[in-house]
Structure formats: structure tokens, C-alpha cells
Design a binder for this molecule. Sequence first.
Ligand code: ATP
Ligand code: MG
Ligand code: MG
Length: 372
Amino acid sequence: GAMLGLLGGGQLGRMFTMAAQSMGYRVTVLDPAEGSPAGSIAERHLCADYHDASALHELSTTCAGVTTEFENVPADVLRFLEQHCVVSPPARSVSIAQNRLLEKQFLAANGFSVAPFLAIQNKDDLSTAIDALFFPGILKVSQFGYDGKGQVRIHTPHELSDAFTYLQQQPCVLEQLLPLACEISVIVARGFDDEISLFPVAENQHMHGILDMSIVPARISAGIVQQARKMATDVAIQLDYRGVLCIEFFVLTDGRLFINEIAPRPHNSGHYTLDACITSQFEQQARVLCRLPQGSTALHTPVVMVNLLGDLWQSGEPDWNKVLSNPNAKLHLYGKHEARPGRKMGHFTVLADTVEQALQQAEAIKVSLKNC
Ligand code: ATP
Ligand code: MG
Ligand code: MG
């Protein structure tokens, strides 16, 4: 089997590695951390900085293609690799999607609805934000934010300056807080041959800024499903994307659909595809990278995915019988050695004939895990 390169060694990379290996590929992971979830199952683990010259040389000379699982891989690293081998996703797409300001500007310029926003790059920009339009709002760092970290809710213009200081005056985006009916996401794959596939729309529930649960199919109207699919397709084309990406949407209380953000990689809200779809988001990532035909994204049954955060490990490893005693539940653990509050340690899914049944059984498992 050919060797594939993977930038980043987290759980998304681990699940990519498993999918690639089951198709006969070998994987080399580049990640600075020792013992990472993907690095520990890959054939080769290059434990080095993303800019490390010898690691990049090895990737570019031994790999048929290189992909990412970490959205903050420096874009110049991808640009370098693009000169030597197949790279998915493209450096240009990643450079936009990994920077919240560039991402918002790209989306707005291409006619997609996003929350009204303002760049806050330095202290001078604070005074331009007195417009009531942006309040209540959220100040978000432009780069490296995830799981709701690096953002502060702001109720009045007076709170803005303190929030900017709290975020260490990093370049930020101030956006209006929108009235949400629900949040949804679409995973889309676009191949080098321009083929596009869309996974079923997921309805996402967050707790403290972290994804808690994805419900599929989303309980939204067929009209919103169609709009979300069209917008996801158009984003992939206009970004000239090649690979798997996720579009997060806000469904507003008045029914309008806004784009929240783009993740240039498989996504936590697409983990349900491992158990519930003919092809998973990770297998699709491998297929696109290797220029193979894409697989069907059809859903076998309704499904609910629940994240397992480190908080559940407070008194040791949870009793997994609480999950596995439901024969329609599937457990996935990421092989992380240290459980910290808020850290994604694994997830489970419940498959059922209806979304209501899947939801009810998933909730029951959640309750029993908490009572361990
Ligand atoms: P991720 O882990 O998804 O990358 P993130 O740190 O990039 O998270 P966002 O997706 O920007 O953060 O925001 C996290 C959550 O905060 C959203 O899923 C949503 O629940 C809420 N939120 C963010 N922006 C807004 C907004 N403009 N209006 C209302 N709610 C918002
Ligand atoms: Mg994000
Ligand atoms: Mg998000």
C-alpha cells in the first residue's frame, strides 16, 4: 500500500488513519506531541514541529499524498508540500478557513449570510465598534480558537475593551449575537475531478461552547435542508476546495440560514458517519486524497452522536457497560492517556429506526454515565 501523510495527530487524524489503513494504505503522521492518538497507530510518527525541514522532506518524498486533521497547520507548510506531492486540502483554502476574519470576509464577499461583524485588530478599532448593531455580541480571536475558547460575550460597548484585553489583544472579530433556533452542519467532499458529495445534515447541540450531541437527520424543514446543501456546495466550489470540509450554520428564529464558520477538515459533527453512513467522512477524505471515486454518503438509519468529555473520568474510567448494554450503541475511544475537563476523549452513537428513539436512548445513556 502507498504511504499517505497526515499533518496533526489528534482524534480526527486517528479516525482518518484507521479508514486509510482499512483500505490498505500506510500512514505517516507529523505532530509535535509524543503519543498522539493518530501517531500511536500510524506506521511512522514524525515527532517534530510542522516547519521541521527533515520531516517535511520525508513527507514530500515518501508520501503519495498529504492531508490534515488540524486546521491550524501553517498554510506555508501546505504551500511547500503542494510543490512536491498531492495535498488536500489546498493551502489557499486552509489559509482562509483558519483565520476567522479572512473567512468572514470571504463568505460575505461571495454573498453568503454571516453575522454582522467588525475586525478588531488593535486598540484603535475599539472606538469604531460603538455601533449598537454589534451588541449584544461576541468577541472572538481570529486564530486558534476552538470549542468556544478564545471568545467572550459582550453585552454593551463598555465591556469591549476589557474583553479585548482579556483576549491579550490578539486580532479579533466582533460579531453580533444572533437569535438561534438551532445549529446545523454539513460535511461536504469535493474531489480533484470536481465531484461533490454531501453528507446528511446534522443538528448540533452545544454545552459550554463544546459540541455535546449531533442528531441526524436534523429536525428542520426540507427547505432549510436544501438551502444548507446548496450553500455548502457553493462554499466548496468558491473556495476551490479539494477534500472534506464542514460548514457550520445557524438557523435563526425567523428561519434564515447563516454560516457560522468553516472547518477545512472532517469535523466532530460528522463522527456519526462512521456508524451510520455507507461511507464515513474519513474514508471519503482518503478517497479524495488518493483520487479514487467517492463513496455513497447515504444514511443507514437515524443516529445520535454524543461526545465523551474528560469530565466523565473524574472518578476513573467510566463503566462502558452503560453504553454497550444498548446493542444499538457504538463506542469510540481516542486512546488519550490523560482525561482533562472539556477534553474530547471519545464519543458514542445510537442507531435507531427514528430520530426520537435514537435521542431518547442516547439521553438515557448520558444520564447513566453521569451517575456512574
Ligand atoms: P469550534 O470548536 O466549533 O471550532 P469555535 O471556538 O470556533 O468552535 P464558534 O463555532 O465560533 O466557536 O462558536 C461556538 C458556539 O458559540 C457556536 O456553536 C454557537 O453555539 C455560539 N455562537 C457563536 N457565535 C454566535 C453568534 N454570532 N450568535 C449566537 N451564538 C453564537
Ligand atoms: Mg471554530
Ligand atoms: Mg464552531
